[in-house]
Design a binder for this molecule. Structure first.
Ligand code: PRT
Ligand code: ZN
Length: 225
């Protein structure tokens, strides 16, 4: 049974943010026993429950008030925000702080032999991406019309497979682009992991626990700077 008096934190179950998130929570003194297959984990020493889900579900869980806090890449958060606004919703949450991991950039990339003199080169082209709203927001501001090809994985193979002329995907080292004969031509969004809070008002004890965690997170991040 769901205990509403306990603070609920959503984190990525398995992926690029999981280890850093788990470490951050542990360094804040939260003792959690994360059994591999469990959706929910309970802190032993504090009234905190950890919900472990796909990263894509985290912004919605926070915006809908299903969890109190979430740790998520700004790229996924911003895409979900734009997605909900496009559907006529007016989502809210509090950005508590940017974290010191999960850094990456969302970039436009083209096949090596394609010329590029600026984003207007992409006018009328088909661009494969998992971030259609962030891409549209960027190119709309520049007045560049394009065709979107939504892919939720293997975006980097789209040009070679004849599915798209260009891609818009996350990059960290650039090795994936290079291995696929692509070059990064424009950064459209820079992202890090961040901590967000639902905008639903919490009982004082829960809010006090969040405030205490924020002080600890600040300390943990400062100590490793
Ligand atoms: O299963 P789930 O849905 O939870 O996970 P996921 O597969 O959707 O996400 P995951 O674990 O791959 O990434 C989670 C978050 O990590 C992203 O939303 C970003 O905020 C952050 N992050 C940081 C990255 C990268 N760096 C990154 N390099 N996410 C993805 N990549 C991928 C990129 O898509 C490309 O395929 O890594 C490849 C490029 O890496 P380089 O080093 O070759 O440039
Ligand atoms: Zn995901």
């Amino acid at each position: 049974m769901l205990d509403k008096s306990r603070l609920r934190i959503a984190m990525q179950k398995s992926g690029r943010l999981s280890t850093d998130t788990q470490q951050l929570l542990e360094h804040c003194g939260i003792k959690i026993n994360l059994q591999q297959q469990r959706l929910l984990a309970f802190a032993e020493n504090m009234p905190i429950d950890i919900m472990r889900v796909r990263d894509d579900d985290i912004p919605g869980l926070v915006m809908d008030g299903v969890v109190d806090l979430g740790i998520i890449g700004e790229n996924v958060l911003e895409e979900e925000l734009l997605n909900r606004r496009a559907q006529g919703e007016d989502p809210h949450y509090y950005m508590l702080r940017r974290l010191d991991f999960g850094g990456c950039r969302l970039s436009l990339a083209l096949p090596l032999d394609e010329p590029f003199t600026g984003p207007e080169c992409l006018r009328g082209k088909r661009i494969a991406t998992s971030y259609p709203h962030l891409l549209k927001q960027y190119l709309d501001k520049l007045g560049v019309n394009f065709k979107s090809c939504l892919l939720n994985g293997s975006v980097e193979v789209a040009p070679r497979a004849g599915l798209a002329d260009a891609i818009c995907d996350l990059v960290s080292t650039g090795a994936t682009l290079e291995a696929n004969g692509l070059r990064e031509v424009e950064v459209i969004y820079r992202s890090k992991a961040c901590l967000i809070q639902s905008n639903i008002e919490l009982p004082p004890a829960k809010q006090a626990l969040i405030d205490k965690l924020m002080v600890r997170i600040q300390g943990v991040i400062q100590a490793r700077e």
